[in-house]
Write a protein that binds this ligand. Structure first.
Ligand SMILES: [Fe+2]
Length: 666
């Protein structure tokens, strides 16, 4: 006798937390419903998923023993994690209990208010209208894991999920089509429900109500906890990803449960200790390439314990894939009101997250250390620059791994090393790498292999391939022995720009990466051409980027005798598709020798300024504010400048989330 199906073959997760305060509140709020209710109870041939929406229990024997069409009745006992079973034929011969026991079931006697049940019938039959008092399903009736449930409420899956909280997936059975109706709040939230339903062959609930005697599966994660912290994903590969978890004020332990279907968490990380104010890194392994994964963070402490909402990410794509990534310019959270508004940054990040990018790139000047007083600066103050961004970058980093690019204001630079553990360069780079998991050479990524005392691997320049594209992040600041832009604490800038450098090691690495990649598209990211100055292609002919001295004469051969070509020439020779840069706080698209120079807008400027327009003597120029969305497909690269506005600043032609300019590259 076949068991009726559990969605995806799941079994309840026993280790989730039970219902606490939320459940009690909901129980008292909705558990005392006394409205009269009646519903038609009828069944079709085959499997029927029904429910008891009344406050009186269904006596199974009394109801079904005399129905010739009934072959079996089943109920899932979430508490015992097993099926209860009834068959009129076995009941008639007195062998029901022994049959059930032999097969690992219990004998089914009654179906309680709010419980769902399966009926397997050889033909259609009707039991007429059932009347009584309406039962409203509350959170307290649901155990963590799988529940077979029912309610009298004329309510949609979305409304039930919103009311009860903690629901991961919701399923009902369509007898006629032999198909599952499916709903998942996390998929509805990021607009991927319809495509997921289609890809799995499920059905959309549409206007279908959960009331009227229907039974349905509810998979819950237990009561959602109040984790006051953030998750920022990083270093995605084909088979792994890291989750950087940080809470400013909660300690305890954390783990992440994950799987390739919503709510079906077939794997989990180790449980590790979390200390308030200290980031920890969880490693998710054993992943399948080119697959979307769904996860929750489970937080355990004396208060606030419980899972987070469900989030998802995507593992590395093979060649031939279509995917999206997004990139922001200088966010400057220290420039409040002039170039930074917290609500606008939040809106930009949430808009970008709704695109479901595979990852999110930053371009530098996101952790501005050089505003700190050099007389009082210390490790804790530098770290605050990195924790300041966690609530923001967590908004996108929980679903899109974040890649960082070094900026001039970070002051993460070799010239500040002093041979001790206590200097701005060590503080900045250790805070960065502790709070944001970044790549190093590991088989999927290649990058800087130099070990710096008191830091270890810098993880400042690195490259990887995703779909048909090569991604290369370079760093104009760390490798130079001389300060590239403004020195920390003031003082004069260098006078000869040949004195600053990307460094021989980084250059040779870049040349080798660009030469050896077979990728159709190549993207290079840096804070700015040379790390200093204003403009895009206007600067591309100069110094080690272009080979010319400041006066326009050729200086490359004498100043970089071991380099094959200036960086721009190298990019042109190796067919770099787009060079992305920030620093100038303007969105500008230019081209030179087949290379697109894409300068990025700020993501949080409430004044929507057009900075440094004079420095860009050609190209398409747009003011702040917004982010840049790039869709890579085998046929083309599509680049879009997505404008964002505060609600108060929206109006005709100013719709937040609209595309101001786009172009494609074949
Ligand atoms: Fe900058």
């Amino acid at each position: 006798m076949a068991e009726p199906g559990l969605p995806e073959g799941n079994r309840p997760l026993r280790d989730l937390l039970g219902c606490l305060l939320t459940g009690l509140v909901l129980f008292f709020a909705v558990g005392c419903n006394a409205a009269p209710f009646s519903y038609p109870l009828s069944f079709s041939a085959g499997w029927n998923l029904a429910g008891n929406p009344l406050t009186t229990a269904i006596d199974v024997q009394k109801t079904f023993a005399s129905q010739a069409a009934v072959q079996s009745v089943w109920k899932w006992d979430a508490g015992a994690s097993r099926w209860s079973f009834y068959a009129p034929s076995l009941d008639a011969t007195g062998t029901l209990s022994s049959f059930a026991a032999t097969n690992g079931y219990s004998a089914l006697a009654s179906i309680a208010p709010g419980e769902g049940y399966w009926v397997h019938a050889s033909a259609a039959f009707s039991l007429g209208n059932q009347s009584g008092t309406a039962y409203s399903l509350g959170a307290s009736a649901l155990a963590a894991g799988w529940n077979l449930a029912a309610t009298a409420d004329d309510i949609s899956p979305a409304s039930l999920a919103a009311t009860l909280g903690g629901i991961t997936t919701l399923w009902a059975w369509d007898n006629a089509d032999s198909a599952w109706y499916f709903y998942a709040p996390s998929l509805a939230a990021d607009n991927s429900l319809a495509s997921y339903i289609q890809s799995r062959g499920y059905k959309d609930f549409g206007t279908l109500s959960l009331g009227q005697g229907r039974g349905f599966w509810v998979n819950t994660a237990g009561t959602i906890g109040s984790f006051n912290g953030t998750i920022v994903l990083g270093v995605p590969t084909q088979t792994s990803i890291k989750a950087n978890v940080y809470s400013p004020d909660q300690g305890g332990s954390v783990y992440i449960a994950y799987g390739s279907s919503p709510g079906n968490y077939t794997s989990r990380t180790d449980t590790i200790a979390l200390t308030a104010g200290s980031p920890v890194e969880l490693s998710l392994g054993g992943l399948i390439p080119n697959t979307r994964y769904y996860y929750r963070l489970f937080y355990q402490a004396t208060s606030g314990s419980g899972p987070t909402a469900e989030y998802s990410f995507h593992t590395a794509r093979p060649a031939g894939s279509t995917f999206t990534f997004a990139v922001q310019g200088d966010s400057h959270p220290e420039r409040v009101k002039t170039q930074f508004d917290a609500n606008l940054y939040t809106r930009t990040l949430l808009t970008a997250a709704a695109d479901r990018p595979d990852f999110y790139m930053t371009i530098g000047d996101d952790f501005s250390v050089d505003q700190l007083d050099p007389r009082t600066i210390n490790a804790a103050l530098v770290t605050e620059r990195y924790t300041l961004q966690r609530p923001y970058l967590g908004l996108i980093g929980r679903t899109a791994p974040v890649f960082l690019t070094n900026g001039n204001h970070e002051q993460a630079a070799r010239y500040l090393l002093d041979g001790t553990a206590n200097n701005v360069a060590v503080w900045a780079q250790t805070a960065r790498n502790a709070h944001y998991s970044q790549p190093a050479s590991d088989g999927f990524y290649t990058g800087n292999t130099e070990q710096i005392p008191y830091i270890g691997l810098l993880r400042n320049y690195y490259a990887w391939t995703w779909g048909d594209a090569l991604f290369v992040v370079i760093d104009p600041y760390w490798e130079s022995a001389i300060c590239v832009d403004d020195p920390f604490g003031g003082g004069p800038k260098r006078t000869n720009l040949w004195d600053i450098t990307h460094g021989d090691s980084q250059y040779q690495w870049l040349e080798s990466i660009l030469t050896n990649s077979q990728a159709k598209y190549k993207f290079v990211f840096a804070h700015h051409v040379m790390g200093t100055g204003r403009g895009g292609i206007e600067l591309a002919g100069e110094y080690e980027w272009g080979g010319q001295n400041g006066n326009g004469t050729w200086g490359f051969d004498t100043n970089r005798p071991t380099w094959r070509a200036p960086i721009h020439q190298l990019m042109a020779d190796k067919h770099v598709t787009i060079f992305f840069q920030g620093h100038d706080h303007i969105w500008a698209r230019q081209q030179l020798d087949g290379v697109t120079y894409q300068t990025l807008s700020e993501p949080a400027d409430p004044n929507y300024s057009l900075f440094n327009a004079d420095a860009y003597r050609s190209g398409d120029k747009f003011p702040n504010t917004g982010y840049t969305r790039v869709t890579v497909s085998p046929a083309e690269v599509k680049v879009e400048y997505v404008r964002t506005y505060l609600p108060v600043d929206e109006g005709p032609g100013k719709t937040s989330g609209s595309v101001a300019f786009s172009y494609t590259i074949p």
